[in-house]
Design a binder for this molecule. Structure first.
Ligand code: FAD
Length: 290
């Protein structure tokens, strides 16, 4: 199938992109890498009247360290994240996770902003942003606003973005002393969307968790930050404590049914991933800050 007819405008600046979005409202769609939008248009799942192409906006591309934050422009491609020394040094979880996003051809075009704005609950990067406590930076007609990643994802393909707004950057806290991470996804083949996955950020002190943020993906209608993880913080982690946390996790999770797996299978795999994660984090010799 081919997309329905649409108009096309290549934005010359962020201000110009915002003007175009304001002029066309819900009938416009932002085009970044096109790796999700173009297939959806070809399948006629979406049929915008006009595409606002932001690909040429260099101001939205690149990774920079600013104080305690790693600031990543929305148009930074997945492949650029993989190649970035700053991402490898300061946000190891993200660096490891991005290798699991699709295939090289898609990573060469797809952008972090596109992935977050798309808000596919099976995507790796939204879960990493929630686990890392990142902030999403949005620009719209009223100026700039910042929103915590946990508040940004609202449901399947739904976010806090308004039609006339652009996601311009994401701010990721730089790993502090004692930081470590875990990332694992269970997929039928490397590059496929996960059946379920877990992105975790922890701060370990004296073999205890001073902080633990576990975020599952493909486990609900959005990234699922595990509330019961706090049962493992500031205490000696015994196998009884892990079993108690798994029981609480299974109460919390409400996995979806789809062609890949039943809710029961996803619950079982979540249990497996949580146990692996805790064991790995507490035994890991190397920490993210070196
Ligand atoms: P686009 O396709 O250009 O846009 C996606 C959506 O976000 C559109 O609605 C667009 O309007 C909006 N948007 C984009 N940028 C902005 C912005 N700055 N501000 C506001 N709105 C914006 N993804 C995964 O996470 N994991 C996978 O394993 C995976 N496998 C894939 C396999 C295949 C075969 C394909 C085709 C895709 C796969 N994807 C996967 C999807 C893809 O990697 C990402 O969704 C994609 O990279 C999104 O980025 P993009 O720049 O291409 O966004």
């Amino acid at each position: 199938m081919k997309a329905a007819a649409f108009a096309y405008a290549r934005a010359t600046s962020v201000v110009n992109a915002l003007d175009l979005l304001a002029a066309h409202g819900e009938k416009a769609k932002v085009l970044a890498g096109g790796q999700s939008l173009m297939p959806a248009m070809n399948l006629r799942l979406v049929s915008p009247d006009i595409l606002v192409d932001i690909c040429g906006l260099a101001e939205l591309r690149g990774v920079a360290v600013r104080g305690d934050w790693l600031v990543i422009g929305a148009l930074t491609r997945h492949a650029e994240l993989q190649q970035s020394g700053d991402v490898a040094r300061h946000a190891r979880l993200l660096w490891e996770a991005v290798a699991h996003v699709a295939h090289p051809a898609i990573r060469n075009r797809g952008t972090i902003g596109g992935s977050l704005a798309q808000a596919d609950p099976a995507s790796e990067l939204p879960a990493c942003m929630v686990a890392l406590g990142a902030t999403i930076v949005i620009r719209g007609p009223g100026g700039e606003r910042r929103i915590a990643a946990i508040e940004f994802f609202k449901g399947i393909y739904e976010t806090a973005l308004l039609p006339q707004e652009l996601l311009v950057a994401v701010e990721v806290p730089i790993a502090i002393a004692g930081s470590t991470h875990f990332f694992q996804e269970l997929a039928r083949r490397h590059g496929d969307y996960a059946i379920i996955g877990l992105a975790a950020h922890a701060v370990v002190e004296d073999c205890r968790f001073a902080d633990l943020r576990l975020c599952f993906f493909a486990a609900g209608d959005r990234p699922v930050l595990v509330r019961s993880a706090r049962k493992l913080v500031d205490r000696i982690v015994t196998s009884a404590a892990v079993t108690e946390t798994v029981a609480a996790l299974l109460e919390e999770l409400d996995p979806l049914e789809d062609q890949q797996a039943s809710p029961a299978l996803r619950r079982h795999l979540a249990n497996v991933l949580l146990r692996r994660c805790v064991a790995t984090l507490l035994s890991r010799p190397e920490l993210d800050t070196g």
